[in-house]
Design a protein around this ligand. Structure first.
Ligand code: A3P
Ligand code: MG
Ligand code: MG
Length: 371
């Protein structure tokens, strides 16, 4: 293992000030997983938002939850398949300097204000572009550790599995497979009884920019408000769905505002303009809906004097970190990007001297060689 280098997160004060330039994310491709989690190069799993009924029980159907088994490492495979198909269609390579899942960028961008959880990613340089995937072993291990910690705590009324289910149930209660006018009334009225599954997904693939870096990001979007504009690249009225505990006191308010940072970053990166929060009681009953415009989140945080995070600093940090990463990952092989929990720095070091590990599948490499 060769020695690496590290990028200091602290002191974060150096990221304040004028915001680095950002490009509006534009979708240039998409893909879907169907209800068996099989890949398709189309938008078949896109869903339409239609408000859920207040008072609905988010635990209902937990016993029949059709849960995706995510123990296998999916790498960047679906994203690269979609990029490859796009390149075959246009005959040209995409111009991104970074290709990754939106979730990886969310971890990086929130790093200045979130130090509890660490992360590990694998990266490889190929044809002037850095491809970044999550380190699957690390993700599995930290999840295991989280579960062990939860077991050690005072038993809760609802298990962590049920509480995770609430998020998917809220999606099922808030979405339709086709626009409202094309769905029967009966379908809408029986939504609460439908089997909940997290196997199907619609993923948007966008080109975006932070500072001097051009990125291609892939990420799941939960629903659309109306319909996709006819012209590609125009803003799309995506909707991000989130559940959160009802705010009952100052502490609850502070918790929610911290969560808003993650909601904002996640939606900002794909250009999702609206977040719909389903507030639930302690017992998992849907109590209230709130529509939040993504662009208003940073100013609300600033206006309320919430000093816990700052959107410009997240952007400036990401911009500086990506610039640094281009210098750090400058040769072939597989690199690790690591932040230990509570650490003030992100380390980058090489774990394989040659090749691209399992980050890039052969058919992607073979296609790119020809270009
Ligand atoms: P909530 O976000 O309402 O809790 P997303 O909001 O990103 O579309 O994810 C949908 C749901 O997946 C979440 O609903 C949550 O139930 C589950 N989920 C997503 N990321 C998770 C994580 N890191 N740990 C546990 N559950 C997660
Ligand atoms: Mg989602
Ligand atoms: Mg969601």
């Amino acid at each position: 293992m060769s020695t690496g280098s590290s990028f200091n997160i602290q002191p974060i004060g150096r990221f304040s000030g004028e915001c680095a330039s950002v490009k509006r994310p534009r979708e240039f491709a998409c893909f879907s997983y169907d209800d068996k989690h099989e890949f398709h190069l189309d938008d078949r799993s896109m869903q339409w938002y239609y408000p859920p009924r207040l008072g609905a029980d988010l635990s209902k159907g937990f016993d029949t939850f059709d849960k995706h088994d995510d123990s296998g490492d999916e790498h960047l495979d679906s994203l690269l398949r979609t990029i490859m198909a796009h390149e075959q269609q246009t005959g040209a390579k995409i111009d991104a300097q970074f290709v990754t899942w939106r979730g990886m960028m969310t971890k990086l961008m929130s790093a200045p204000f979130e130090d509890r959880d660490g992360f590990e990613m694998n990266a490889t340089l190929y044809q002037d572009c850095i491809f970044i995937e999550e380190n699957h072993e690390y993700k599995q291990a930290s999840r295991q550790e989280q579960q062990n910690q939860q077991r050690g705590r005072r038993p809760q009324q609802f298990s962590p599995d049920v509480m995770t289910f609430w998020g998917y149930k809220f999606e099922a209660l808030s979405c339709l497979p086709r626009p409202w006018g094309e769905v029967s009334r009966e379908y809408i009225e029986t939504r609460e009884d439908h089997v909940v599954s997290n196997k199907a997904q619609y993923c948007s693939v966008v080109r975006t920019g932070i500072g001097k870096s051009i990125l291609c990001l892939g990420g799941e979007v939960d629903a659309i408000w109306d319909s996709k504009p006819a012209e590609q690249g125009k803003p799309i009225n995506w909707v991000e769905l989130k559940t959160s505990a009802e705010i009952r006191d100052e502490r609850g308010m502070a918790n929610f505002e911290r969560k808003l940072m993650k909601f904002w970053i996640q939606s900002f990166l794909l250009g999702v303009p609206k977040i719909i929060v389903g507030f639930r009681t302690q017992d998992g009953i849907l109590a209230k809906l709130e529509e939040i415009k993504t662009v208003t989140i940073p100013e609300t945080a600033a206006r309320r004097g919430v000093r816990s995070w700052d959107a410009n600093m997240c952007i400036n940090f990401a911009s500086a970190f990506l610039d640094w990463l281009k210098q750090a990952i400058n040769d072939e092989g597989v690199w690790r990007i690591r932040r230990a929990p509570h650490s003030h720095a992100i380390e980058v070091f090489r774990v394989e001297e040659t090749g691209h590990g399992n980050i890039l599948p052969d058919d992607f490499i073979n296609w790119r060689i020809k270009l």
